[in-house]
Design a protein around this ligand. Structure first.
Ligand code: TLP
Length: 351
């Protein structure tokens, strides 16, 4: 391995570092005590986020996980049930926070390969009023859907789920961590995708490159409740306008360029598809994620980890390992065409 070669980090878009414009805005940010509602930069970010999502209000939170949890706690009481995908981030990767901290019972339904939940499955999962059952209160969708390959859910589908929710007195929360990727792929606005939902969380710190933070959006009344939940969770921040300043740049400057990440994901997928021994989940990824599986005759159960280790040691390339034989690669602002070519070449040498 040669020294001084730049690392190509495709493990996630969460690895993105702030842009120079963000660092300048952070240094210059006007700040105040946000727990008292007095940070002008946070207030500006929350308003901008709410406008983009077509909601009345926004709440700056430290992470997507806290945004989702604060939403669940603001929608549900202890003993209520939240219907969600079995491959969803809220079910798999949020440390069971809804159950552990909120006493909210998850009801995981099978995610379809396109990231959706079947309407029929949702309808069947909604409980009748019987004291044996938890109270069905919330449905959670994820857009784009991470584990289903970064696929976007359409506006039409989201309305269909919202209709089922409303007809049965449930609420709909959207984990829109990468909603701007979904919007770019579907050529609609993020607001159109969020409109059917009662609440939406989106992340500033993934493809949009801000160092920290997500925004939870919904009605005034909902955000007031979520504000209390954020405090309970220890997420009331003080002069966090320093962080919000980067979030404003993220929304103003980083959204339109996401299509470049999608183009590079397609470029990566089409290069990897030509390498024997590697099968792509889909050869034309819809957003910024490329999932692939090893198809080599090897007894070792951790083969993906072994290959990932070699890719790093020999070629300075970091890829995500998401199973014994499975990789996830995510394109983002700090990945250029050359990085994609280096990755394809490294895979073809290692396999
Ligand atoms: N996802 C991370 C990991 O936690 C898996 C990643 O690398 O993709 N919703 C979705 C759909 C997410 O993908 C993530 C992060 C979150 C919520 C949570 O965001 P953070 O990390 O800010 O808590």
């Amino acid at each position: 391995m040669e020294d001084n070669i730049e690392i190509v980090d495709l493990r996630s878009d969460t690895v993105t570092k702030p842009t120079p414009e963000m660092r300048a805005a952070m240094a210059a940010a006007e700040v105040g005590d946000d727990v008292l509602g007095e940070d002008p930069t946070i207030n500006r970010l929350q308003q901008l986020a709410a406008e983009k999502m077509g909601k009345e209000a926004g709440l700056f939170v430290p992470s997507g996980t806290m945004g989702n949890l604060a939403a669940i706690l603001a929608h549900c009481q202890r003993g209520d049930e939240a219907i969600m995908g079995n491959l969803g981030h809220t079910f798999l990767f949020e440390a069971g926070g809804a159950a552990a901290l909120g006493g909210v019972h998850p009801n995981p339904l099978q995610n379809q390969p396109d990231g959706s939940l079947r309407l029929k499955d949702i309808e069947e999962a909604i409980r009748t009023s019987d004291s044996h059952f938890p109270v069905s209160r919330l449905i959670i969708l994820e857009n784009t859907h991470n584990r289903c390959g970064g696929v976007p859910l359409t506006v039409e589908y989201t309305w269909q789920v919202a209709k089922v929710a409303r007809e049965n007195g449930l609420r709909l929360h959207l984990d829109g961590a990468r909603i701007f990727n979904a919007a770019a792929a579907l050529k609609v606005s993020a607001g159109e995708l969020a409109e059917p939902a009662d609440s939406v969380t989106f992340c500033l710190s993934k493809g949009l490159c801000a160092p920290v933070g997500s925004v939870l959006c919904g009605s005034f009344e909902f955000i007031q409740r979520a504000h209390r939940m954020r405090k309970q969770l220890g997420g009331g921040m003080r002069q966090a306008g320093i962080l919000a300043a980067a979030g404003i740049i993220a929304l103003e400057q980083m959204v339109d360029r996401l299509v470049e990440d999608h183009r590079r994901a397609r470029m990566l997928a089409s290069g990897l598809a030509r390498i024997p021994g590697l099968r792509l989940d889909t050869e034309v990824p819809s957003t910024n994620m490329v999932f692939s599986t090893l198809e080599i005759e090897e007894a070792r159960s951790n083969m993906a980890a072994v290959i990932a280790d070699r890719l790093f040691r020999e070629y300075h390339i970091k890829v995500g390992v998401v199973g014994a034989h499975r990789f996830r690669m995510v394109t983002h602002y700090w990945i250029d065409d050359e990085a994609i070519e280096r990755t394809i070449q490294a895979f073809s040498r290692v396999l």
